[in-house]
Design a protein around this ligand. Sequence first.
Ligand SMILES: [Zn+2]
Length: 506
Amino acid sequence: MAPPYAEAVAARFPPPPVQYATPGLAPGRATYTSNDELAQAMRALAAREGGPRLVAAGRSHEDLPIDALHFARAAPRGAGAAAAAGRPRVLVIGQQHGDEPAGAEAVLAVAHQLAPGGELAPLLERIEVVLLPRANPDGAARAQRVGRHGSDINRDHLLLRTPEARAVAVLVREFDPVVVVDAHEHTVVGRYLEKFGAVQRNDLLLQYATTANMPPELAHASEAWFRQPLLAALAREGLTSEWYYTNALVPGDLRLAMGGVQPDTARNVYGLRNAVSFLLETRGVGIGRAHLARRVHTHVVAMRALLAAAAARADDLLALRTRAGAEVVAAACRGEAVVLAAQTATTREVVMLDPHTGADKPIRAEWMSSLELRPLRTRPRPCGYWLAPEADDAVARLQAIGVRVVRLAEPLRLRAEQWQEVTSVEAQRPDVLGRVSERQTARLVQVTLAPRERVAAPGSWYVPMDQPLANLVFSALEPDSPNSYFANRLLPGLDSAARVLVAPWR
Ligand SMILES: [Zn+2]
């Protein structure tokens, strides 16, 4: 299919100098690598001597396998500190959105390069790599963004309502990655042509985790250790890049908004798990197979740069993970945490393309920055949370992302406080585009807090905040944010949980 724009625009995106041997990129192909072809290629890699291990992460809504490859080399004798402590692990996720095929093709290409004898195999002296080429096989089979259930998998990493997000969580819990990379594609023409009279230019849009409450050192490491070498690698290949941004589907809204700040996407949820967490987006949605080889190449260049950066910083990453976890642990019972934050309005000039001449077309726009967070609501960090016996669904979800939850065997006196509803509205949980992709509404409440002594019954639960994943607990259990378990009916009522103000055990 020819790209939906002038030849002069297409000429700005020549094919790359490299060819990747994925089924979907074979000469003359009209379709992407199918689910069967992908499974076959992964089995073939896993069958090789010294090759990766095939990991069954889960099954999709339509019962298709969601499989990953785990690349690890046995640590040699007398190895350095990184090997002694276990090598840091990098998780790469492809195609959470079914109509964004370049990610899966690129992850498969990277898998070939990490296999024995491949040019990336030496990185395995320093890191382990887990590759999940296609997180949404149902969507891929239909070339649709959402899963077969109709929900956006990439907004489900805290709530875990979809089997696909649960499969990603299985990998995250098993491998505890220190770096997470999530490969997507972005809209090229569509509303950019309608609203700005322009076509998207950048080969890659990228962003690391930008959500409240993360230890600041994670953002610094994301920028200095990863984003800078990534930008240099793209520039060396003649590929252009910009911060990730999008534009609301609402007509007349001319703001460009960076990726969101809510704890819902893989990027942000796994950032709150104290990982360096990157979103990569090639220019691909709505242009069919146009420039597919270049899109895949762009992802491969970016993934290689991030893997190389992780290998170069292996010891630093393990130390960072330890420090970030300790910082979160030490913050229990102290200071304030952010319940709800928003982007900051600034302006920025981004370069798009003239749809007729292909010339650069600078667009100066209002720019909703996620790099400067505006806290809208803050609250003291409790020592922990009590959960009622009937909150077992919420408990299972917290445990699925690796949170430690204690079941009380004996009655326990707790100094606690309770949320009390001030107002409540039913509303959709829109994403940063204003797009709603789930049927259920969320209950959005405003609350006040009232002190309450409580004797917790045996069979109820305690979730301590002095654990490294406490920021995820805070996101899930403070009820008055659109992503909370209460808002999304994963907790029966406001009285199914309470904030614990004094740690019950010393
Ligand atoms: Zn996407």
